[in-house]
Design a protein around this ligand. Structure first.
Ligand code: SF4
Length: 308
């Protein structure tokens, strides 16, 4: 069998080891060297170019169905749970907590839930919107497991490494949001980021108010491709008397985009986190679709005032 292996960045270091195992079973094996952001980003073009019979994608659960033979290999990690005891002190004022994590630790959620319950908490585990598949699991673009229980809980707890995942969930919820980090052994409320990101969003809207030409980013990645939204955005921009172009890439290179000097601002339709996490790398306003609508609304209101 011809097999293409694809690993997220943190697991690329094990690629050769996996390739050799499959070769020993008589397979012809290739390794994708492209950056990999998630199961939204399957190396389908590479697999088809290689006439591969199968793509083996490590480290992420299925995002959505694609028309190719893909095997998803989960990478479960047993993180140490001792840090939970420390989190009890900062959670003392919160009786009901919502619990979320990433796919690497979903198998530990029951043990974490039992720990908090045996210490007097009520624990609620929410369901994702659909891109994430397991109760309690969150992705950068699917924070349903936190957002759907926001009204029922006194605080949210994210268990796992890094800020990428809990940040998206914190921005979409309103209750105190605690990150319990088992690898660096720390517990930290991240609520302050809500106002930081809200201010940044307002800053992007203000910075785009004078833009006349908008570049609309469309990714060809299987789970990020949103040409319909791009076309709606383009028609809205043009209906406001402005110009728009649809810019297509698999992975956006901000240096190349920076060379497109005609554009005054950009609108993201790909991974929603690009406009949250990367906006300064482009040197010009990089808006979400909602932020663009706000820009057009304000521009329309200002134009209306001028004609009165
Ligand atoms: S947050 Fe972005 S990179 Fe992560 S799964 Fe969603 S679309 Fe993909």
């Amino acid at each position: 069998m011809r097999i293409l292996l694809q690993f997220p960045e943190g697991l690329k270091q094990y690629a050769l080891e996996h390739a050799k195992k499959l070769e020993a079973e008589g397979n012809k094996v290739f390794i994708s060297a492209s950056p990999t952001f998630g199961a939204c980003d399957l190396a389908l073009d590479e697999a088809r170019a290689l006439k591969a019979d199968k793509l083996v994608h490590f480290g992420h659960a299925e995002f959505h169905h694609v028309d190719f033979n893909v095997e998803y290999v989960k990478y479960e990690m047993d993180a140490p749970l001792e840090i939970l005891r420390e989190s009890l002190a900062v959670l003392k004022d919160y009786k009901t907590i919502g619990l979320v994590t990433t796919i690497q630790h979903v198998h530990q959620l029951e043990a974490i839930k039992r720990f908090y319950e045996s210490n007097g908490k009520t624990v609620i585990i929410g369901k994702p919107y659909g891109f994430a598949k397991q109760p309690g699991q969150i992705l950068g673009c699917d924070i349903g497991s936190a957002a759907t229980v926001d009204r029922q809980v006194d605080a949210h707890v994210y268990f796992g490494g890094g800020l990428f995942h809990p940040l998206g969930a914190a921005l979409a919820t309103s209750k105190p949001f605690l990150v319990v980090e088992p690898f660096e052994n720390k517990v930290e409320f991240i609520d302050r980021y809500r106002s930081v990101y809200h201010k940044r969003s307002n800053g992007r809207i203000l910075a785009a108010m004078d833009a006349k030409n908008f570049g609309i980013l469309v990714s060809t990645k299987n789970g990020q491709h949103n040409i319909r939204l791009a076309e709606v955005i383009k028609s809205k921009v043009e209906a406001s008397g402005l110009k728009a172009g649809v810019l297509v890439a698999n992975t956006f290179d901000f240096y190349s985009i920076g060379n497109m000097l005609e554009f005054d601002a950009f609108v993201n339709t790909a991974c929603p986190r690009i406009s949250i996490d990367d906006p300064v790398r482009i040197g010009k306003p990089l808006l979400s679709a909602n932020e663009l609508m706000e820009v057009l609304k304000i521009k329309g209101e200002l134009a209306g005032q001028r004609t009165v």
